[in-house]
Design a protein around this ligand. Sequence first.
Ligand code: OGA
Ligand code: MN
Length: 215
Amino acid sequence: MMSSLTMRNELDGYAGELLAEQLAAEGWAVTESFLPASVVAALRAEADALWQGGKFRQAAIGRGNDAGARPATRGDQILWLDERSLTVAQDAYWQAMDALRRVLNRTLFLGLQNLEAHFAVYPPATFYHKHVDRFADADERAISCSLYLNPDWQCDDGGWLRLYAGETPVEILPRAGTLAVFRSETIPHEVLPAVRTRFSLTGWFRRRSLRGILP
Ligand code: OGA
Ligand code: MN
């Protein structure tokens, strides 16, 4: 396992800055090797075991009175990471994400403060309809980041992340090690159905709410 220092150095460098540059220009960015393959494989094994153990819950839409499971909108099941009790692999992920957070703050002045992240499983034929990652009554989520955990995933397996950025939608295959990063507020996106079970670890960088401060 890599030390967190190595992880941090890795991301402070070229890869992080390339992501920041593309994110600034396009509103989204992607890298195919965000973490060492061994860490991705360990995250996958953990997610799989937790899934088999019945630890995931049907994902809900919205919050408060509107909250509820809506399989017709999103069919995934999720499990939140607990920052206070991360496994070794989850900690490597958390450190790498924190390094990315600091690169984005340094280069783009985003003022990102913290991370929330959950594993997600999409059983075959499930999907997540076109949406944006921001609740109507909360503006803390600034940057969405999906890390995919699916080894040997082929185009025919489906499960693409489709981003509505610019004139032509961008489609990203959920292959192990790929990280898709995009602006939570401005980029509508959807998860297309897959023929195999699709695992991911999705995180959001959050910042202080500006509600009540900005008009
Ligand atoms: C989400 C989401 C994308 C993906 O959880 O809000 O859009 O590719 N996930 O898993
Ligand atoms: Mn989303």
